[in-house]
Design a protein around this ligand. Structure first.
Ligand code: AMP
Length: 139
């Protein structure tokens, strides 16, 4: 399927049907912790406007969401003490996309530490909540 399907997990989180560990939310974006993080502090930025990915995205909605990235990247870096931040975004399954609602990954990178697998092990929820609080405080 290449049309937007609003039963995807992020659409359900945006509707409040499924819990998430939130960092920040307003009318246009939801920022939350990835529950299968590739590193400590792996954060997802989810535009609220419905689109599957970059390929069907509205340019204005995308620009609005992208405008949050520098501030969020700085907050993630400050809160985690990471040495760098990787920005990732995947379009369609062959490119690595697993949830079909547009989102950006902000992945902290620590010197000498390899990133975990994309969609690997589940994080401890209390630890995620602590990191989310620290990132929110650094915003
Ligand atoms: P992508 O492969 O770019 O579509 O990324 C989807 C991301 O969502 C993966 O990194 C998953 O670990 C993450 N993910 C899946 N389900 C949830 C969830 N319920 N809450 C938070 N993150 C999730």
């Amino acid at each position: 399927m290449t049309t937007y399907d609003d039963s995807n997990i992020f659409a359900r989180i945006l509707r409040g049907e499924v819990p998430s560990v939130k960092v920040f939310e307003d009318d246009t974006v939801l920022v939350m912790m990835d529950i299968f993080p590739q590193s400590r502090g792996h954060t997802l930025v989810i535009p609220k406007a419905a689109s599957r990915n970059l390929l069907d995205a509205d340019a204005d909605a995308l620009a609005t969401a992208a405008a949050y990235l520098p501030r969020l990247a700085r907050a993630v870096k400050a809160a985690t003490g990471a040495d760098g931040i990787r920005l990732a975004q995947f379009n369609e399954a062959p490119a690595g996309q697993t949830v079909f609602h547009l989102h950006f990954h902000l992945i902290p990178v620590y010197d000498g530490v390899e990133l975990g697998q994309h969609g690997g092990g589940k994080a401890d929820e209390a630890e995620l909540r602590d990191i989310a609080t620290a990132i929110a405080a650094a915003l």
